[in-house]
Design a binder for this molecule. Sequence first.
Ligand code: C2E
Ligand code: SIN
Ligand code: SIN
Ligand code: SIN
Ligand code: FE
Ligand code: FE
Length: 410
Amino acid sequence: MFNEKEKLKEIINLGLEVAQVKDIDLLLEHILTRARRFVNADAGSIYIIEDDKLKFKYTQNDTLQKRLPSGKKLIYSTFSVPINNKSIAGYVALTGETLNMPDAYTLPEGVPYSFDKSYDRISKYRTQSMLTLPLKNNRGDIIGVLQLINAKSKDNRIIPFLKEDEPLIMHLANNAAIAIERAQMTRTIILRMIKMAELRDPQETGAHVNRVGSFAVEIYDAWATKRGIPQEQIDKNKDVLRMAAILHDVGKVAISDTILKKPGKLDNEEYEVMKHHTYLGARLFNESKSDFDEAAYIVALNHHERWDSNGYPGYINVMTGKTIPGYETADGRAKGKKGEEIPPFGRVVALADVYDALSSRRSYKDRWDEVKILETIEKERGKHFDPEMVDVFFNILDVIRSIAERYPDE
Ligand code: C2E
Ligand code: SIN
Ligand code: SIN
Ligand code: SIN
Ligand code: FE
Ligand code: FE
């Protein structure tokens, strides 16, 4: 057993590992370097929206850098700008417009924003041409601002940013926004996982959740490819699915230790309580701020539904746990979701989770041998599990086995 500190460390490492976390600072550096190279800009900055303000997060400036002794880093302070008409960055964050100005010192008559020259004065730099773009995620929400400064010609004169470069840079800004959001999300998740560390189910080891994440991604990939889902969409889904699958049982933190850690079989009443872990987990992601939140919600809620409709929690209101009116069964329960009423992420994690649970030792049961597991999965084709997903599971069994080897228990 890990002590509390080791457990925390383990979970943090896991979070970092599974998310292939790009440290947000490295990510910003990478984005700005690439954006500047596109348009040959001497300088640039990235602002990110935090707490309803625009925070200056990162900057590069070749001219100022060259004035420093080699090996020294450009020092800059972080500051906040209100999201309003006053500043150029604030205006772009507010309106989502792209501003391409040949000279920040001579703005057109009547524009609401103005350029603050004080930073130039302090740094002895002359800002001239400036291209300022919103960083929009794939939902169209503005999450920050990218500002490129002083485009240079081949002979190093400052020139305006070319109008025809704008679409390329906008495309890059969109990709950047998605990457930034992902890095922020990862950080949020890690923080959440840390909070839960002490409460977690001792069965839910790093190896187990990693395996479920990887099995789910591989099964989904094979299934979606067979279905002809576009590669781009598959890649995007794999990314969120892995983490969502890792957190499929996060609702177990709300289940009392006497049930969660019971060494023997659960009685009926205990099992009924245990079933609440589905919608209790989903509630954590109810706000659906990002694609990840949405995926995590779907997986937590639906991973114990069964293809034949005999799973749980079925048609309930996630906030109250009560059956949705009109969906009561004869014995007063909620009607289970059936077949394709269960979202694909739910169907895929159901299979990944059971496969791994059967392959693992639990405090109340031994691990099963592979023959018995595979027989069970085949037998449950079209009963517990989506038949198409069972078929692709058997097609990729070699990959599934290699994952189990990659993440052994201890
Ligand atoms: P889990 O251990 O992650 O198991 C996930 C699912 O794998 C189970 O969902 C079940 O569908 C399948 N599964 C796991 N072990 C077995 C097994 O030995 N035989 C069969 N036929 N299926 C198995 P389920 O049943 O809804 O359980 C949800 C969670 O409730 C389990 O997650 C586990 O944490 C807990 N649980 C279930 N039964 C018991 C029990 O008898 N004793 C204790 N202490 N916990 C249990
Ligand atoms: C939470 O922070 O636990 C819920 C907010 C969310 O992720 O939607
Ligand atoms: C169920 O029957 O859906 C849950 C119990 C199990 O699969 O072992
Ligand atoms: C399952 O429902 O996947 C478990 C199969 C069994 O009951 O043996
Ligand atoms: Fe579960
Ligand atoms: Fe599990």
